[in-house]
Design a protein around this ligand. Structure first.
Ligand SMILES: [Zn+2]
Length: 201
């Protein structure tokens, strides 16, 4: 380890070891039932990483495993106690989360945006990836930082923070603390290309 490394350099080093270990396991494991334990063992042998960094990698891998189980059917088939549909993740039932999202009342005021977000939520309802309508009163300290084409760009503090995980018992997303975000304000109606950009970001 080099104590002169900046936080950004450490982040890149950890990311690199995470990716290498993940790729190795995904390419060499057909039975994914023990893949979280396998990942934990391998990452703990990386002497280049601090203990806290190893733990952060393990937590991230566990989360991604549950997400991939829910999305791609990794792991064992289970019957959900709540909705009685098939599920593959212990922490995410896709059907339950979609039902929770559909029960929420929100309206962007634009039928195209409502329909786009609604469709996206059905395909990808999981925390960190789910698309949401955020009303403007959720943003504090709005400051203009740029202008270009059909957009004005602001930075602001998002009071609620983005979705972080899911509390199945209370059927709510858990969220990050308030965080700084960049907001683009459109001067004309959004089109399909705008949403493609939103997803890529
Ligand atoms: Zn369910």
């Amino acid at each position: 380890m080099n104590f002169l490394e900046s936080p950004e350099e450490r982040k890149a080093i950890v990311k690199n070891y995470y990716k290498k270990t993940e790729t190795y396991l995904l390419n060499n494991t057909t039975d994914r039932s023990n893949i979280v334990d396998d990942f934990s063992c391998l990452i703990r042998t990386r002497s280049e990483l601090y203990d806290a960094e190893k733990q952060a990698c393990i937590d991230k891998f566990k989360y991604n495993f549950e997400l991939n189980s829910a999305l791609k059917g990794w792991g064992n088939s289970l019957k959900c106690n709540r909705c009685e549909m098939e599920r593959f993740s212990r922490i995410f039932c896709k059907n339950c989360i979609v039902l929770m999202l559909k029960s929420k009342k929100w309206d962007s005021g634009n039928t195209y945006i409502n329909s786009y977000i609604g469709r996206h939520q059905i395909n990808m309802p999981f925390p960190r990836f789910v698309m949401e309508w955020i009303p403007s009163d959720q943003f504090n300290n709005l400051t203009e930082i740029g202008k270009g084409g059909f957009t004005l760009v602001f930075k602001a503090i998002w009071k609620n923070g983005r979705t972080h995980s899911y509390n199945e018992h209370d059927q709510v997303f858990t969220r990050t603390p308030p965080r700084e975000v960049v907001i683009k304000v459109l001067n004309k109606n959004p089109c399909e290309n705008f949403f493609k950009k939103v997803i890529i970001i």
